[in-house]
Design a protein around this ligand. Sequence first.
Ligand SMILES: Nc1ncnc2c1ncn2[C@@H]1O[C@H](COP(=O)(O)OP(=O)(O)OP(=O)(O)O)[C@@H](O)[C@H]1O
Ligand SMILES: [Mg+2]
Length: 289
Amino acid sequence: MNLVKLPQNRDPGPMNAHRPIKVIAVTGGKGGVGKTNLSVNLSIALAELRRRVVLMDADLGLANVDVLLGLQAKHTITDVLDGSKGLRDILLNGPAGIKVVPASSGVQGMTSLTPQEHAALVYAFNELSELLDVLVVDTAAGISETVVSFVRAAQEVIIVVCDEPSSITDAYALIKLLNSEHGVFRFRVIANMTRSNQEGINLFNKLNAVCDRFLDASLQYLGHVPFDENVRKAVQKRQALIQFAPRSKAASAIRVMAQKIDQWPVQASARGHLEFFLERLLAANASGY
Ligand SMILES: Nc1ncnc2c1ncn2[C@@H]1O[C@H](COP(=O)(O)OP(=O)(O)OP(=O)(O)O)[C@@H](O)[C@H]1O
Ligand SMILES: [Mg+2]
């Protein structure tokens, strides 16, 4: 193990003193609702708006970000945790200049880091903060400890739903856990694979009604992405939809959403949201969740 790169103490130093960074988690509870495709394409659309975007793959599932984009990861976050690589060394170059932090079993392990791994991660994120404006985190399905720790650490939470009965119940279960146990109160909702505008609005209303009744949470509708065969075709070609079929219905909808996301205010804090994100991520570790 090579710890040469680590700082002497665990103080991350002045991190991102000038520019706040937007940290956005994409989640949804249910599997297969389109979280990874939306994370990838929203990241590229934000990059097309001239934002510097890092997409972190926090899912070890089969349809990983790197697979979807035809990228090959030589090193992963595990190499960062053992101090042998910096985050810059493991970043993959994606379309439109986005950078991808590939998934690895280290992601799972972020909820139980040793002090040395903890220090390595703080150092690595300190380095990363100079490289980006937006960090998008693609999460796994479900409400595992890993999913919750990433989502509660983010500044913005996007919940992806689609018109399947378990999608709304799974999204509700996740929102309830985040809201009642972890103090997350603001959620943005995307309805994916919709067959009409109204279907998206109905899905949002259904989820909003139950949250309104039982939780102290605020849900905001970000919009819908229509069902579009081009998404599947792009996946088969290992290309991002937004580049494979830039004028498709789904790509157009995603671009409109990226413009909205770009307008979301970022609270200007002295040290930026990347540090906030990391503190929260590591606090989840310390508190056992
Ligand atoms: N708008 C859409 N129109 C048509 N098909 C879509 C759309 N969005 C996603 N899909 C398809 O749905 C499938 C699941 O998408 P994706 O892998 O992005 O979901 P996920 O939520 O990340 O899944 P997992 O929970 O397994 O990580 C893919 O085959 C993709 O092609
Ligand atoms: Mg996925």
